[in-house]
Design a protein around this ligand. Structure first.
Ligand code: GAP
Length: 543
């Protein structure tokens, strides 16, 4: 990727134009935090989910041995979205799964307390207006203009700002910060904070609402779980919750799996499925949605072996994302600092994030997958709350213990978004001006067959080839067939869809039984035998 981040607006426009992702309920004006996948997006998402399923569950990490030298054992489950509410009591979600929110009594806007300063600097009306007269990067501070702003617009837009309430004091402080250090650009967050509330203690100011500038109320917890009712009466007794993670469906089935299969610790249980969170600020396209899909593994091991299994999974999952084309500078592995550890992670237990540099996070990164040592927290909680005996008797060690759990927890929608952002490649020299450079495994369209013209037997040869390709590769993605429009336009359409190979039947095909292979990434065109196309594509798709 060049230093310039790709344009998210252009990526979203392509997603809609070509049918990757649509706004949910679009014809009714949409619904915030929900997204639907169109024909290409649904297949792309399935391909990513299948890649995970095949590589993790079906082949046990592609047949790789674990740190104990043994094959990796993983079995799948598919648990319900709605469970007994006691599950969420035990997991800690009922009591703790909430964001601290602050309400603006002026305009009714809710702000996530820990996002306030980012929001203020990013999108607040008064800040955007203020910045017009205040540009410390170029002109230092223009006190008379700022004073005028404070007295006129400031009073209307954000009457609670320190700059509006005590302009002289604020301006003299700003003057020392902005003009006192030539050549050193001031920290805009620090300046914003001062303009807004630094004099809080003296003046009784409260942090202002990013929308209207009125003082915000105190933080209060905002529950993230969606609620519903199961049963005839819609009362507390029948209240249920949509799962906020797929993980708990695994923990509550751990004993069933042990009793019904021949798995032995160490082993993993995996599942993919929807999770729901009433996110306060859904944003950045599908990155933070209210309904999304997870791909989670809970890997159960002996407590003494948790560190080596944690390291194994952390590195293996990072390599897996790389193997699907998210390589290089846009992917990073970040170990958590001690103060970031989740409630279940013991001190010293590993927790790391695999992060992707999305265009909207650049130059920073956004989480794609978390790999955490959850210790025995969840099994212990469920054992205590349910009374079920969840300890494991290890025959080899002749020891009874509660296994520790390593959890690689990936977001499928975030993975799809990363694959789309990575694939999006502007190219001014192509008719389409952009092409989607998907890894062939992920491409929703695996190949296209194009009879050059609709006569001279070419459509019939093309149809036959298409049918053979569908029979062989159709379960992996679609095979496009198109005999209309100029060949250039057909290639351009496939470039935008990310189809890696187009096979063109032309006049020579009828003479010598060869076809043209057109490569999406290099634009190279090779000639291969018609009867070699299946083997050729199979090899390119890594089959
Ligand atoms: N069981 C652990 C767990 O759920 P998490 O970090 O909250 O951990 C795991 O979620 C993954 O799910 C994240 O890395 C992210 O990819 C995805 N995810 C979480 N919240 C999301 C949201 N609101 N929208 C889309 N994906 C989300």
């Amino acid at each position: 990727m060049s230093d310039q981040p790709k344009s998210m607006d252009e990526i979203m426009a392509l997603c809609k134009r070509r049918g990757f992702i649509f706004q949910a309920s679009e014809i009714y004006g949409g619904i915030q935090g929900f997204w639907d996948y169109g024909p290409l997006g649904a297949q792309l998402k399935k391909n990513l989910r299948d890649a995970w399923w095949d590589d993790v569950v079906m082949t046990g990490c592609r047949g790789q041995a674990g740190p104990d030298g043994q094959p990796i054992r993983i079995v799948p489950v598919d648990s319900c979205i709605i469970q007994n509410p006691k599950v969420w009591e035990a997991s800690g979600h009922l009591a703790g799964f909430a964001d601290p929110m602050r309400k603006c009594p002026g305009c009714g806007h809710f702000v996530r307390a820990d996002h306030l300063w980012d929001l203020l600097a990013e999108s607040s009306v008064w800040f955007n207006d203020l910045i017009q007269v205040f540009d410390p990067h170029t002109g230092g501070i223009d006190s008379p203009r700022l004073l005028q702003w404070a007295k006129s617009k400031g009073k209307r837009l954000a009457p609670n700002l320190a700059l509006v309430r005590q302009p002289e004091v604020t301006l003299s402080w700003l003057a020392t910060r902005v003009q006192g250090q030539p050549g050193v650009p001031p920290d805009m967050k620090e300046l914003t904070r001062y303009i807004a509330t630094e004099q809080l203690h003296e003046t009784g100011l409260q942090e202002p609402c990013p929308r209207c500038g009125a003082p915000l109320g105190e933080p209060a917890p905002f529950k993230l779980m969606f609620e519903s009712y199961a049963g005839l009466t819609q009362d507390e007794d029948n209240k249920v919750y949509l799962r906020p993670e797929t993980a708990q469906g695994i923990f509550i089935n751990y004993k069933n799996v042990l009793d019904s299969t021949r798995v032995k610790v160490p082993f993993g249980i995996a599942q993919t499925g929807k999770a729901f969170r009433n996110e306060v600020t859904p944003r950045n396209f599908t990155f933070r949605s209210r309904e999304f899909e997870q791909m989670e593994i809970e890997f159960f091991c002996h407590p003494d072996e948790s560190r080596k299994w944690y390291e194994f999974w952390r590195d293996w999952r990072m390599n897996w994302w790389e193997s699907l084309g998210l390589a290089g500078v846009n992917l990073q592995l970040r170990e958590h600092d001690a103060d970031e550890l989740a409630h279940y992670a013991k001190t010293g237990a590993g927790t790391s994030d695999i992060e992707y540099r999305f265009p909207f996070t650049a130059p920073g990164f956004g989480e794609l997958e978390g790999v955490a040592d959850r210790t025995d927290f969840d099994l212990r909680q469920h054992m205590e709350h349910s009374g079920a005996k969840l300890e494991y008797f290890d025959q080899e060690r002749n020891e009874r213990y509660l296994p520790h759990v390593i959890e690689p927890s990936a977001g499928l929608d975030r993975g799809v978004l990363a694959a789309i952002c990575e694939a999006f490649t502007p190219d001014p020299d192509r008719p389409s001006k952009v092409y989607m450079k998907f890894h062939p495994r992920l491409s929703p369209i695996k190949a296209a067959v194009f009879p050059l013209v609709k006569k001279d037997g070419m459509p019939e040869v093309g149809e036959k080839l298409r049918a053979e390709l569908v029979r062989r590769f159709g379960r992996l993605g679609s095979i496009d067939f198109d005999e209309k429009q100029s060949i250039g336009k057909r290639y351009a359409r496939m470039d935008e869809a990310g189809c890696p190979f187009c096979f063109t039947i032309d006049g020579d095909t009828m003479q010598d039984q060869t076809v043209t292979v057109r490569h999406r990434d290099t634009l190279a065109q090779d000639r291969i035998a018609l009867d070699a196309v299946l083997a050729y594509l199979g090899e390119k798709l890594g089959l």
